[in-house]
Design a protein. Structure first.
Length: 199
């Protein structure tokens, strides 16, 4: 079996003395090395001081986000900038911008947070210096949940429950349905015990 002629590669020969990986890399990039992955990225970023936005000069999506690739997969430029400077991004986390500039690649302007954090920043207009990962705040406390459960038990509609709690009907559904079933069961048990103790 003939093998790739690139130094250090022992894969099966595909074409022009190279394996499939090296052949395709040479065809796509004109280079056999993988240093392109980090080196070329920062060449397409207009770097300035740490307080300024560093705009992406390469391809942009219609949404305004810069687009590049990592290990052959498309990736937003902000995510790649984070990975190159801070390391891997935990699952279910997103790279959020403090500056609201979708093409900014300055790692000082980014922080990790959830999609919910991003929506909070968007709709509340949180100032630049106060943006950070918060997580979803609890909308209803235990007393309100207990009151909602009692209302539902007496036959109140979800709309009536939402109006009494001052929240959207979807919030009531989220708390009343299976997602909150365990917590509500504990509250029901507590109410039952208290009512039995009074008798």
């Amino acid at each position: 079996m003939k093998i790739c002629t690139v130094e250090g590669c022992d894969r099966k020969l595909f074409a022009k003395g190279m394996c499939l990986r090296h052949y395709m890399r040479l065809r796509r990039t004109g280079k056999l090395t993988t240093t392109r992955y980090t080196g070329d990225f920062w060449k397409k970023v207009a770097q300035g001081s740490s307080t300024e936005c560093w705009p992406w000069l390469g391809f942009r999506k219609r949404s305004g986000h810069g687009l590049t690739s990592m290990k052959g997969r498309p990736m937003h430029t902000s995510r790649k900038a984070w990975v190159l400077t801070h390391g891997p991004i935990p699952s279910e986390q997103q790279v959020l911008h403090k500056c609201d500039n979708a093409i900014c690649c300055n790692p000082e302007h980014m922080y990790l947070g959830s999609r919910i954090d991003n929506m909070i920043d968007l709709h509340e207009g949180t100032p630049f210096e106060l943006r950070h990962a918060r997580g979803r705040p609890f909308v209803l406390n235990d007393q309100q949940l207990e009151a909602l459960w009692t209302m539902r038990k007496r036959g109140a509609t979800l709309k009536e429950c939402a109006q009494s709690a001052g929240v959207h009907i979807a919030t009531v559904c989220r708390y009343i349905t299976a997602v909150r079933k365990q917590k509500l069961q504990a509250l029901r048990d507590k109410v039952t015990r208290e009512s039995n103790n009074r008798i």
